[in-house]
Write a protein that binds this ligand. Structure first.
Ligand code: ADP
Ligand code: MG
Length: 685
């Protein structure tokens, strides 16, 4: 099998240079790639419908004998060539029609029996089927693969190419999974699975071959990630001499929760008592107080004489952290600085000089920290906030700025546990599973546009009592509103400002198209309660912390993912005031309502993430390709059962062999290299 990955697809019958290029669009270059190019779906032809019982206008499969030879004619008007033949079964007959297909009479022969798949329509002359797909009954397969396609390649071309590719397989394909694993987990051989996944005879064969391939793919992924982890374990980290946490806590205006304390202990233990650098993920729901944890950990590192970098995904967040941490450390000798893309070139240069000279102890910044000209004198700890917004690559770029610095990544986007273990497989995990005391449950309401006026009245009342409010719209301005009929922040703010009820209320506007300095001013005014109602886009989604805000109203709520809504909702309920999240949607489809009802039902981020994953699939769940994982060919990262099983097996294998050096794991190792080689990861030797 391995050698087939070296064989170009051009060697297959029917694939010339041009067609090969089309296959390249599907990332299929070799025969091996093609064999691993699995169907996206199947048409079940296993129980054909009698012609007479077929429903008109719906795809059906019939099993019929071709009764006449194809007759060629030309359509009146268009002049299209039409080939016509009659096919029958015990119940009735149907006319087959193909247009502009000279070869059809060579492919479908009189007196032979075929499966035909397509829609049956009622013409004046009787039942007909236009250009149905077909297969000879004597060829046996009755479940037909449907492949993901690209312009210029149809399903038949891909199917034929796959058939030819499978013919090149050796009599017995070597199996990368040792026999004991196949026995224990009840898995088919690769030989069987690879053939049957394309051409199963029944649903049973399809199920067992799919299960085997999914298992293998996840196992290879999980083992590969575990190896990335053990690679970094071999490096020597910077060992801290002293723990300054108590000193830091005495400056904090509140007492930490036990979960926060435990997390800080985990980190200090990593940095003081271990040879290898810390590699830790802190996962805590919105509002659980991750910033305080990061600050405490940074404090000890700085007091031990080193520098710390704190990277966040947005300018607003950088600014906010910079201000709150500077204030907290105001009576210490620690120098905090800010480095973001929006600084003037002169200030950026200055900030970088202070980092290189060691004058700055703690820098808070955005992606600007990653550029080549950012150098540190003695970086010992890299922190990333809202990790899901960064790729695995960016994390390591930040790390490369120091000599094996410690790494602390923080995320609020809860990822179901098993998936989290896989994505962050190279990290140890601390979970902050406790909110600071005094927080109240946020009331979540789902309303339609007719109740908007009432909701605005409720907001007005709360503002008059001294509170503040966010209103979130999906669009920035009307130019984005191409017939979608969605709310734009600009228009919304304008409308509110002209609203008689809002004359004594300051309505602010913030969105991603504004200049950073303007955004900063608006955020500061909101924080200082100079603005009471802030109309915004999702720029406030992550991290923003204004405890006096107690209402968030989200327009066109159906446009947002559940995890995103959960993040947005996390902007309120950060103080001890009763808080509200008002979801507005006029979309009444069953799916939307079901999704939004989830938000009412639970405030548990993990549960919401699970639901989101189920409803939308992992692709959408992560927005873009933000998890930095290689693309899966058949496995669904949202399927927890499959993940759990593969995870269990991976652990079992590693217990038997920590480096997979035994011969029986040669095949798995080759697959790990292939999977991670493609995403530019290091390869296993
Ligand atoms: P997140 O985990 O979402 O990043 P933050 O770090 O922004 O949360 O903290 C949310 C709010 O809770 C902030 O206003 C912060 O000052 C406050 N906070 C954090 N920890 C505690 C605590 N132990 N007791 C009281 N308030 C806290
Ligand atoms: Mg935060």
């Amino acid at each position: 099998m391995a050698s087939l990955f070296k064989k170009k697809i051009e060697c297959l019958k029917g694939i010339g240079e041009k067609r090969a290029e089309l296959f390249h669009n599907l990332s299929v270059y070799s025969v091996g790639d093609l064999i691993r190019y699995y169907p996206r779906n199947y048409e079940d032809w296993s129980s054909p419908t009698p012609i007479k019982e077929a429903e008109i206008g719906i795809n059906v499969c019939i099993r019929a004998t071709v009764g006449t030879a194809f007759k060629v004619g030309f359509a009146r008007g268009s002049g299209k060539m039409i080939c016509k033949a009659m096919a029958y079964d015990d119940s009735g007959a149907v006319t087959l029609l193909y247009f502009n297909n000279k070869y059809i009479s060579q492919m479908i022969k009189q007196n032979e029996e075929y499966f035909f798949f397509g829609k049956i329509t009622q013409a004046k002359s009787g039942l007909q089927m236009i250009a149905p797909t077909f297969a000879k009954v004597s060829d046996g397969t009755s479940i037909h693969p449907i492949y993901p396609l690209t312009a210029g390649l149809n399903n038949r071309i891909v199917t034929d190419a796959v058939k030819n590719a499978l013919d090149l397989l050796p009599e017995k394909v070597n199996d990368p999974l040792p026999q004991w694993i196949r026995d224990k987990y009840n898995l088919q051989s690769l030989d069987y699975a690879i053939r049957k996944i394309h051409f199963p005879l029944d649903s049973d064969e399809l199920y067992t071959s799919r299960r085997r391939l999914v298992f293998e793919e996840l196992l290879v992924l999980i083992l590969g990630l575990k190896f990335l982890k053990s690679n970094t374990k071999e490096e020597n980290g910077i060992v801290l001499q002293k723990n300054y946490t108590d000193e830091f806590l005495s400056m904090l205006p509140f007492n930490l929760t036990n979960a926060q304390k435990r997390t800080i202990d985990d980190c200090l233990n990593d940095m003081m008592n271990k040879r290898s650098p810390m590699n830790r993920l802190v996962q805590g729901d919105v509002g659980s107080g991750k910033t305080a944890v990061a600050s405490a950990v940074a404090y000890s590192v700085i007091k031990n004489g080193y520098q710390v970098a704190f990277m966040v995904p947005t300018e607003i967040l950088a600014q906010q952290h910079y201000e709150s941490i500077s204030k907290l450390l105001e009576n210490t000798d620690i120098k905090v600085d800010l480095l973001t893309g929006s600084l003037t070139p002169k200030n950026k240069k200055l900030a970088r000089e202070k980092l290189a000279s060691g004058e700055t102890n703690l820098v808070i910044g955005t992606h600007a920290l990653l550029t080549k000209d950012t150098e540190f004198k003695s970086l010992a700890l890299a922190i990333t906030d809202e990790q899901h917004r960064f790729g695995v690559g960016q994390r390591s770029t930040l790390l490369s700025k120091g000599n094996h610095p410690h790494l602390l990544v923080m995320s609020a986007t809860p990822i179901p546990r098993t998936l989290g273990l896989i994505i962050y497989g190279d990290l140890d995990i601390s979970i902050i599973d406790e909110l600071p005391p005094g927080r109240q449950v946020i009331d979540t309401l789902l309303i339609d546009g007719k109740k908007r006026a009432r909701a605005l009245g409720f907001i007005k009342k709360n503002v008059e009592e001294g509170h503040q409010c966010y209103i979130v719209c999906p669009l920035v301005d009307e130019s984005e509103n191409q017939m979608l009929n969605l709310h734009s922040a600009e228009m919304y703010a304008e409308t509110l400002r002209n609203h008689t009820d809002f004359q004594n209320i300051n309505v602010g506007l913030i969105h991603g198209k504004m200049k950073p300095a303007d955004k900063e001013k608006v955020m500061n005014d909101f924080k200082d309660n100079k603005i009471q109602v802030l109309v915004s886009t999702t720029v406030i989604e992550v991290g923003v912390d204004v405890p006096n805000a107690n209402i968030i109203m989200i327009e066109n709520a159906e446009r947002f993912g559940l995890s995103q809504l959960h993040q947005l909702r996390g902007r309120v309920g950060r103080g001890s005031e009763k808080s509200y999240c008002i979801l507005v949607s006029d979309n009444t489809t069953h799916d939307t309502i079901k999704r939004l009802e989830t938000m009412k039902r639970t405030s548990n981020g993990f549960e919401i993430a699970d639901e989101d994953l189920k409803l939308r699939g992992p692709g959408d769940f992560f927005g873009e390709k933000q998890h930095g994982l290689p693309e899966m060919k058949i496995a669904d990262l949202g399927n927890m059962e499959d993940l759990n099983e593969a995870q269990m097996c991976a652990e079992e294998i590693l217990k038997k062999s920590s480096d997979l050096s035994e011969d029986e794991y040669k095949g798995i190792k080759a697959e790990i290299n292939q999977l991670f080689g493609r995403v530019g990861g290091e390869s296993l030797n």
